[in-house]
Structures are given as structure tokens and as C-alpha cells.
Design a protein around this ligand. Sequence first.
Ligand code: BGC
Length: 722
Amino acid sequence: MSKWKLIREGFNKDQIVTDGNRFLCANGYMGLRGVFEEADSKMFPAITLAGVYDQYQNLWREPVNAPHCLYIKVLFNGKEMMLGKEEPMHHQAGIDYGDALYQRETDYGSVLIRSERFVSMAEAHLLCDRMELSFREDGELIFISGISRDIWDINGPHLFDYKAQFGEAICIQATTGEKKTLVASAQCVAFQADTEESYEENEKGIFRILRKHVTPNERVIFDIFGTVFTSMDALQAGDAAIALCMEKMDRGYERCLQEHLAAWRRIQKESEINLEGNEEAALALKASQYHLNSIAPRHADNLSIPARGLSGQTYKGAIFWDSEIFFFPMFVHTQPEVAKSLLRYRIETLPGAIKKAAEYGYRGAFYAWESQEGGEEGCTNFNVVDVFTHRPVRTYFRDKQIHISADIAYALRSYYEITGDRSLLKEGGARVILECARFYISRASCHADHDDVDYADVIGPDEYHERVTNNAFTNRMIRYCMESALLIETIFSDQPDWFAALMKEAGFDKDWRLLREICKRIKEPNIKNNIIEQFDGYFDLEDCSLDTVRGRLCHPREYWGGDHGVAGTTQIIKQADVIAMMALFPDDFSDKVVADNWYYYEPRTEHGSSLSACMYALTACRLGLLDKAWDLFMRTASIDVIGGGKEWAGEIYIGGTHPASNGGAWMIAALGFAGLNIKNGQPAICPHLPEQITKLSFPIIAGGKRLRVTVTHDGGVIDSDF
Ligand code: BGC
């Protein structure tokens, strides 16, 4: 039992969905929402699979939820012991971040139910649940454990042709509608010998029914082992699920638990920041790191992480720029293999990005804004539903948010600069950077009457202002992408033949000349009184307060952006944009310029995205605005403790966990408070520790060495670690 726990006391049915996110257990392969075992589909239970997608009819493509193999129902003396149906005397449920365990205790008087469960960090396909029932009365227990087909789907159903198998392990196999991927869930239960066993199958799933007479003070334990495989992991997914399930039951719950804990401790040791001085902040940071680490792909080397992690199907389970700009920093500094996996996903989905660019009439690689498997674009032209008319709203994220390709190039270059490892560039990363640069060459607007190259009709990070020209962030990222393409020759100057072969393979001769030319001519932002204009014409928009704009809303779930949104005609922005640029390119700007822009943009920022606060916090650290940095840090780190964040965009549910904030919390603590900066594999620190924190200590990998950074108010040191 660790001391890092978040427990909700009492049962509140309005909190079931939020708690499903807060108490998520995951292991990169799958995410098990933190709802209690007996929940039905209205309570959003789900085992969401990473990288397995399906489209039903013409609805949105989204990740597939596997048949739920940890489903339980308890009946005692004919009464169903179900939260929401039977009033408990006491109920509590929560998550132990230190041990990556979900725990729950429900006391119905006659029976006390305790459970503990985990998604194994040691075995990607395994989930375990120990249910312990203690009786205060004599009676008949019926314990039903099953694999439920009553699955929560936002745009489903996704599974068809269900086939059931019964035996020591029970198993359901089904196929997805679109690609006919086989999904198999199996379940075994270890129980006491004097229990009567039978099976049942109905449209809700397959069930093992265990009956037993119990007496007062008797304690009965059921250890449930669930496994999930798809035909993407094993051709005979059902056989694989059954075999693993039986093997793990033979191994026993305790050993499976110990293996899980050992694997989880290793991950924590390699990556986690210890914060001293403020318990609330320490717990929030622990929670952030739990959420990001538990959804990291470690079973595969070419997967990325969806914007809402594995907490469900929100945001279509798609990969956004969140991966490269917000998740990648923690991994590249602590677990480079995971960082590599995120980027390999982009290398392998380059064909999808080339296809998308061609679709719009461009050359090179235009990555999907919402990338699914194979780099398939999940973002539709109508990504929001109007709350008044219930009609889809034409949004332009898919076609105009072009900074995505440069964000990927930015991370590829950072990977090389932080680790000193050129292998990823060589194994396709360099080609990705070239193709992204080529996309921007073909996307540039040149003019007969002036030399500036414009990027017109784009959307920057602030999505409320669509189709703008020369978004400062976008133009800077594009320039960096082009500079990075040009730098490849220098990075591989000792391997001229390899570089020549790359250029030949990419057919880059003519583009090389254009690249040098355009890179120098990309329009610099307009500046007025030190303030960088977010895009051409931004200063001409109505300058009013956030409260004024909020006061114009006619509906709490109304979308602020787009043609009719309340923010579009004003200077109110959704999230850090100019400030995000300053956080990513700190050396470009003096402290004075950063400060002036910070004070200008912060009051005009809604922070309507969980990606926003961390960029403001990072820049606040640099400026020594430590009170502000502290508040923004707490807001970022606590998001999945409180269960905060927007849950609706128009009529679309966007709730879930917030990996970008989780990554942001690491960034603020390590890159902001400790001021860590690694150049050419050499780490340096420049602490900006808020008074609330007495000590920060964390592991990093720099230049291939494991090191430990420790920062207190007396200064900081970087020692060797392990
Ligand atoms: C933000 C995007 C972000 C996406 C996924 C949106 O609300 O504006 O910047 O990539 O959410 O987190």
C-alpha cells in the first residue's frame, strides 16, 4: 500500500463518469476505466485498446473497446448488491498511484465487498481483480463473473459476430466491422472448492455463475484474471487470450501482483519527480506522472499516445501535436525508448501524411491533425456540433492547422539534441523532416510585389481564430522545420554518402534550393510596443475582457470558435499561442519581450485547452513570476485529481484524462522550476523554485548517462544516478 492515494468517499452517481477517468488503470496496451466492477454501459465502463480503430457506418472512427472481462455481479439472498440499486452503508473507491492499483470498498451491512485491481505493467495483455466478500449474515451468495458485451461506445457498435467459449477460461471473440480485426477477451476465476459453478450466455455477454452458502464472519475471495488480445497481436487471438489467462491463474494473484508492482516501481524510479514541501502539489504531480506513465506504449516500439490517453474514445483516440510537444519531453528526458516509439509512429505513418498533402494539392508530408492507425486522418470537416441548431459546424482544424508537421520535426530534432543519438534520424526521421519541409515549400505564398513568404489561411494553436494569415507560432515552427532539414547535412557530415543517398531517394535537388531561399524569407511577425501580433490583423480585433466574452454566451456548452463563436471577432484566445512559441524558442526572445507578451496575452487567454497553462507556467518561471508559475503548475498538475477540464465542445463529449497536462506538469517542474536544459547531451540547470517547494529531485538521461537532478533553495546539483 503506498501513501499516494486518491479516494472518493461515498457514492455519487453524478461522479461516475468523471471518476472513470480519475481512477483509470492502464498499461499502454489498454486502459480500464475506473468504474466499479458491476457497472452497466450507461456508467461508461470500458477497456479501451491502443491503436485499434473502427468506423461504424459514417460515424466517427474511434478506438475499439474490448469485451469487458472484469465484469462482476454479486447477489446475496436474492438481492443484487449494485451501487445505484442497493443503498450502501458506506462506499469508497479510488486509486493508489504509488502501486497503480484501483481499490474499492462497499459495505451493504450484510456483506462487505472489497476489491483491488490492476492492469498489469508486467504483462501487456493482463488485468487482475481480487474481490473479497465478508459476510455478516447467513445466506446464499451468487457471484457472477463474466465477459460483458454491454460496452460503452460513443460512435459504435464496433464489435460483431460474437463467439463464446466456455471452460476453465471463458472467452468471447468478436470482429470489428471495418477491418475485421479479431478482438478476444478471456477470463478465469480462482475460487474455493465448495462452490457450485454453471455458465450462462445471453445478449449481454457470457457469465460464470458461482453459488455458495455462506455463514456470518465468513470471508470469500475470488481472484479474477482477464486477458485481451487482438489479431494484430496474435493470429489466433482467442487461443492466445485463453492460454495467457490460464497461465496467470496458475501463477496466482499474489505473484501477478508482485510482478506488476515491480514493473511499476521500475518505471517510477526511472522517471518520477519527487517534490517536497507541499503535500497537495506532491500528490498532484504524482497523479500526473501516474497517468502519463501508465498509458505509455512499452509493449510496442511504434505507437503513440492519444490526446485523452486510454480513458475512452474521446477525441477519436487520435494522436495530436500533444504527443510531440507535451508528452515527448518527459519521455525523452527519462525513458528515451518511449520517446522513440512516439516518433517511430510518425516515421511509419509518413505515407499517410504524404497522401494527405497530395489530397490538398501539396507536396511533402502534411500530417493528420487527428492521426489514427497508418496516419489516417480522423479529423472531419465538421468537428463540432452546434448546441442551438444541432447541426454540424464546419471547422478547419483538419485542413488549416498546418503546424502539426513542424511540431513533429521539432521533436525529431530535440530527440537528437537531447540524446545525442542519430539512429532515429537515420531510420526515417531525417526523411520525415525533409518531407515536412517540402510540404511547407509547396504551401508557401510568394508575391510579385514583395519578398516576404506568407503562410495564409492557417490555424495556430489558438483554434478560436480560424483561417488567419502569418500566425507567428506557425511561421516560427515552419522556419525551424526548414532549418532542421538544412541541418541534416551537417549532422551527417561524416557520412556524405548516406546523406547523398537520402537526398537522391527523396528527390530533393530542386527543393534544396527552394528551402534555403524560402527559409530566409518567411514573414516575421508584426510587433507593436514589443507585443508580437498573433497573426496579421489580430490587433484590429475587438479588445475586450474574458468576462465580457463569457457574458455573451447563450449556452454553457456553446463553442467559442469558428464563424459564429463569441471569441472569433475578439482578441480572446483559446490557449497559449505566442507564449507557446516563446516557451519552445526561449533563446529567440529577451526577458523583456517575453514579459511584455506574457502580461499582454495571459489576461486574453481563456485556457480553454488543457495545453495552455503549462506554456504560461514555463515562461513565468523564466521571468521569475513564481507565484503565477505556482498557480499554473497546480492547475496543470491537479487536472486529473480534480477531474477538471472541459467536458463538452458544442454537443461533443471531450472528457477524459489529460495527458498533455500530465506531461506539462513534468515540464513545469523539470524544465521550469529546476530550469533543466540539455544541449548536445550536456545538462545544465537554472533553478526557479517557488517558495512552496523545498526540494525537487528527479532522474534524467543525458548523453546516454543516467543522472539525478536535485534542486533546493540553496541551489542545485546534477549527480550520477543508479
Ligand atoms: C486543443 C488542441 C489539442 C486537442 C487535443 C484541443 O482542444 O485546442 O490544441 O491538440 O484539444 O488535446
